[in-house]
Design a protein around this ligand. Structure first.
Ligand SMILES: Cc1cc2nc3c(=O)[nH]c(=O)nc-3n(C[C@H](O)[C@H](O)[C@H](O)COP(=O)(O)O)c2cc1C
Length: 355
């Protein structure tokens, strides 16, 4: 009996197994953040490959919340129409389609990784001025943001709620809020990047306020049946930054406003981070949140071996395992994992002769 291949019920949705494709930017959207055939094939392949949950890349709730001009979005009805064939295909192949709703904060308006240039995209090349908790850039070469005022903050909360409502309309069966990796919500959470003196900065409760307002608004927007996940950076990996103990508190508060699972990533807020990279290096973060906050978690980061993934779920360290790069290397990883773990696996009928 495999734990990895045991279904996971989240509200009215049941994932067929505990394998999720981690959100991964593809920098391949059409004009104005519209998903393209690339997204249909890329996400569709992982559904055909057997992942139980297929998460989109960071999908911006506002145009200025895109990391690059080539990021996907969900800020209009045109985006809803463009996402529909993607969600329909993913769902038709037995996976749960989920969107990661995002706002890039001071890391917005940057070149995609394979562009020859680095850092901030200027206005003349389709860039824009980012917004953030303050007016300090992320690091040299990035664009200098405008500090959000209270009306701007309220606009962000509304945009996440509207994006979540559109997500359901577009056929997404679950929503993940991106509050990690040094993007806007993470910038408000971390004492390294939030130096505000209003009600959204100062002590931990004030720094958590925006993320909790977003989570509450997203929950209200999607109704009671749709699972809401939240990806956090469970530690900044910087002395004096956000810590795992802060994350345990945040996870409890998130669950209180209707978040069903915390996806425990880390880092991204500071160039001074020192990340102890290694197989499963973020799993202890997921395990501690699950144990101390009593909240279901997802584990992610350098998980590549089926036996390792199985042991994470079986050992109670996390409820879900997210794979990023390994699923880029092999969309059929779940099929291979099933074979290794001795689990009967039925892929798509079209491929039955290759069973
Ligand atoms: C190409 C690429 C794009 C990524 N884009 C996102 C993203 O849009 N949102 C996010 O939360 N994480 C993003 N990540 C991080 C992954 O979701 C994942 O947490 C990370 O790659 C570690 O998992 P892995 O070792 O299985 O790849 C990205 C990673 C890669 C490799």
């Amino acid at each position: 009996m495999s734990s990895l291949f045991t279904p996971l019920a989240l509200r009215a949705v049941t994932l067929p197994n505990r394998i999720a494709m981690a959100p991964m930017c593809q920098y391949s959207a059409g004009p104005d953040g519209l998903p393209t055939d690339w997204h249909l094939i890329h996400l569709g392949s992982r559904a055909v490959g057997g992942a139980g949950l297929v998460l989109t890349e960071a999908t911006a709730v506002l145009p200025e919340g895109r990391i690059s001009p080539q990021d996907t979005g969900l800020w209009s009805g045109a985006h809803v129409d463009a996402w529909r064939p993607v969600t329909a295909f993913v769902a038709a192949h037995g996976a749960v389609p989920a969107v990661q709703l995002a706002h890039a904060g001071f890391k917005a308006s940057t070149y995609r990784p394979w562009a020859p240039e680095r850092g901030g995209v200027p206005d003349a090349e389709g860039g824009w001025t980012p917004v953030a908790p303050g007016s300090e850039p992320f690091t040299a070469g990035y664009r200098t943001p405008t500090s959000l005022d209270e009306a701007g903050i309220a606009g962000v909360v509304e945009a996440f709620a509207a994006g979540a409502e559109r997500a359901v309309d577009a056929g997404f069966a679950a929503v993940e809020i991106h509050a990690a990796h040094g993007y806007l919500l993470n910038e408000f959470l971390s004492p390294l990047t939030n130096h505000r003196t209003d009600g959204y900065g100062g002590d931990r409760a004030a720094r958590m306020r925006l993320t909790l307002e977003v989570a509450r608004a997203v929950r209200a927007a999607v109704g009671e049946d749709v699972p809401v996940l939240t990806r956090i950076s469970a530690t900044d990996w910087v002395e004096g930054g956000w810590t795992i103990d802060d994350s345990v508190v945040l996870a409890g508060e998130l669950a209180g406003v209707g978040v069903d699972l915390v996806d425990a990533s880390s880092g991204g807020v500071s160039v001074d981070q020192r990340v102890p990279l290694g197989p499963g290096y973020q799993v202890p973060l997921a395990a501690q949140i699950r144990r101390d906050a009593g909240v279901p978690t997802g584990a992610v980061g350098l998980i590549v071996e089926p036996e390792h993934a199985e042991q994470i779920v079986a050992g109670g360290e996390a409820d879900l395992v997210l794979l990023g790069r390994e699923l880029l290397r092999d969309p059929y990883w779940p099929r291979r994992a099933a074979a290794k773990l001795g689990v009967a696996y039925s892929g798509p009928a079209q491929y039955a002769r290759a069973a």
